[in-house]
Each structure stands twice: as structure tokens, then as C-alpha cells.
Design a protein around this ligand. Structure first.
Ligand code: HEC
Ligand code: HEC
Length: 207
């Protein structure tokens, strides 16, 4: 009896711990455009640093906005000229970038979009994984789950695709945010993660 209650207590603790571990790396809900602008973009876009178009300067934005919000958002995600990809914060999702762009261009009047205006795809998943992600995932550098190694990936699958996406975008232990490539979009990341997951699942099917 004592043993059993002890065991169940340990189980409860483990459950609690695992719930904590699985929930922790998941990012909080997407930030509002206003919050992103205040925390990240204002540093350059309030002062016009490096030639950044200034928030509220309608004339200054005209030459940029003529191509439409989709193009502006793509450029903010991938970076352009002295504008760093994702405003220098690769942890920001493409939706958060879209909201920040809408906020800046409208001087705070636009409603936050619920979907990103644009999430450009720059390369195919296979190219991305084999040329970039493989740098660590090919030979398990710093404890990276190896490509095609089902047992290494299995415990991570419990997070689901969204959980893995949050890790891949926001970074996770030895894994830097977006694998260290700030200009990759959420779409690029989702394609790459899906490719990795499918590869390791295929491995399981092999005799
Ligand atoms: C380190 C300074 C810096 C930060 C931080 C920064 N920007 Fe910029 N941004 C620039 C500069 C400089 C330009 C002008 C680039 C050019 O046109 O060559 C620019 C241009 C832009 C443009 C116009 C792009 C186009 O197609 O003409 C958008 C949109 C933009 N930034 C959005 C953002 C958002 C959103 C954030 C915050 C998440 C942000 N920026 C953070 C420096 C910055
Ligand atoms: C600089 C080395 C490095 C690069 C480059 C890298 N990764 Fe990782 N990755 C890691 C390490 C280390 C881990 C294990 C971290 C951990 O224990 O969760 C990891 C874990 C992951 C995980 C599992 C995260 C989780 O929550 O369990 C995913 C998914 C992932 N990487 C995707 C990618 C993708 C996609 C790319 C390419 C765009 C990439 N990684 C590039 C080092 C890297």
C-alpha cells in the first residue's frame, strides 16, 4: 500500500515535471503590433536610424508602401539593406512581424491581422535541411536529434508540430532560434521541420 502510494506520488511528480518541460519551450501567444514595435522596431523606426522610415512620417513611408503590405512584410522578414531580418529578433513570428508592419505603416490605426500577410519561401525543405540544418543535425552536434534517427526524435514528437515549430523558431537549448538563420520565414521553418519529422518516421518503417 505504502509502496503503491509512493509510486503514484512519484508518477504525479513526474507527470507534473514532464508537463512543465513540454509546456515551457512553447512561446506565449503572438504579441500585438504595438508591443512588437515598442520592444523591437522603435529602436530604429522612431529615430530614423540608418535611414529607417520613421513611424508617423507618412511622406517617408510612401516610397516603401507603394509595393503593398505583402512586400513590406516579406522584406521585414528576410531583411533589406540595413534593415535586419525579423528586426534582428528571429524569435518573432511572421504574424508578429505582419502586425508590427501594419502598426507602423498606419501609425497605430490598423487592427492587428490574424494571419501573416506574407511568409516567403526562399528554398525547398530538402535544400534547407541538407545544406543548413544538417550542419548540426547530420552528426548530432551539441545533442541535436540526428536526421532520420527515429529513437532520437520520438520523445520530441509528443510536443506535436506546433510545439516543434515553437522550438525551431524561438530556439531550444543548443538549438539557436531559426537554426541561426534569421532571414528564414515561418513557412521555411515549418517545411524544414516537416521534412525532418517525415524522414525520421520513414526510418521507423524500414526493417
Ligand atoms: C537596427 C535598426 C532597425 C530595426 C531594429 C528595425 N528596422 Fe525596419 N528598417 C531599418 C532600416 C535602416 C530600413 C530601411 C531599409 C532600406 O530601405 O534600405 C528599414 C525598413 C523597414 C521597412 C520597409 C521595407 C521596404 O520594403 O521598404 C519595414 C516594413 C520595416 N523596416 C519593418 C520593421 C519592423 C516590423 C521592425 C521590428 C520588428 C523593424 N523594422 C526593426 C532598420 C531597422
Ligand atoms: C547550430 C546547430 C543547429 C542548427 C544549425 C540547427 N539545429 Fe536544430 N537543434 C540543435 C540542437 C543542439 C537541438 C537539440 C536541442 C534540444 O535538446 O532540444 C536541436 C533541436 C531541434 C528540434 C527539436 C526541438 C524540440 O523541441 O525538441 C527541431 C525541430 C530542430 N532542431 C529543427 C531545426 C531546423 C529546421 C534547422 C534548420 C533550419 C535546425 N534545427 C538547425 C542544433 C541545431
Amino acid at each position: 500500500m505504502i509502496n503503491r502510494s509512493k509510486t503514484s506520488k512519484v508518477c504525479m511528480t513526474l507527470l507534473g515535471a514532464s508537463a512543465f518541460i513540454f509546456v515551457q519551450p512553447v512561446q506565449a501567444a503572438d504579441k500585438t503590433g504595438q508591443a512588437v514595435v515598442q520592444e523591437v522596431c522603435a529602436g530604429c523606426h522612431l529615430t530614423g536610424k540608418d535611414g529607417a522610415p520613421v513611424i508617423g512620417d507618412v511622406q517617408g513611408w510612401l516610397s516603401h508602401t507603394k509595393n503593398g503590405l505583402v512586400k513590406l512584410t516579406e522584406n521585414a522578414i528576410s531583411g533589406i539593406g540595413k534593415m535586419p531580418a525579423h528586426g534582428g529578433q528571429p524569435i518573432l513570428t511572421d504574424l508578429e512581424i505582419s502586425r508590427a508592419v501594419a502598426f507602423m505603416v498606419s501609425s497605430g490605426k490598423a487592427v492587428d491581422p490574424t494571419k501573416p500577410y506574407a511568409s516567403p519561401t526562399s528554398v525547398t525543405a530538402e535544400q534547407l535541411v541538407t545544406t543548413r540544418c544538417a550542419a548540426c543535425h547530420e552528426d548530432a552536434k551539441s545533442g541535436a536529434p540526428r536526421l532520420g534517427d527515429f529513437p532520437a526524435w520520438k520523445p520530441r514528437f509528443q510536443k506535436g508540430m506546433d510545439g516543434l515549430m515553437h522550438s525551431a523558431i524561438g530556439g531550444h537549448k543548443g538549438m539557436p532560434s531559426r537554426g541561426g538563420m534569421d532571414n528564414l520565414s515561418d513557412t521555411d521553418m515549418r517545411n524544414a521541420v516537416t521534412y525532418m519529422v517525415v524522414q525520421s518516421a520513414t526510418y521507423k518503417a524500414q526493417p
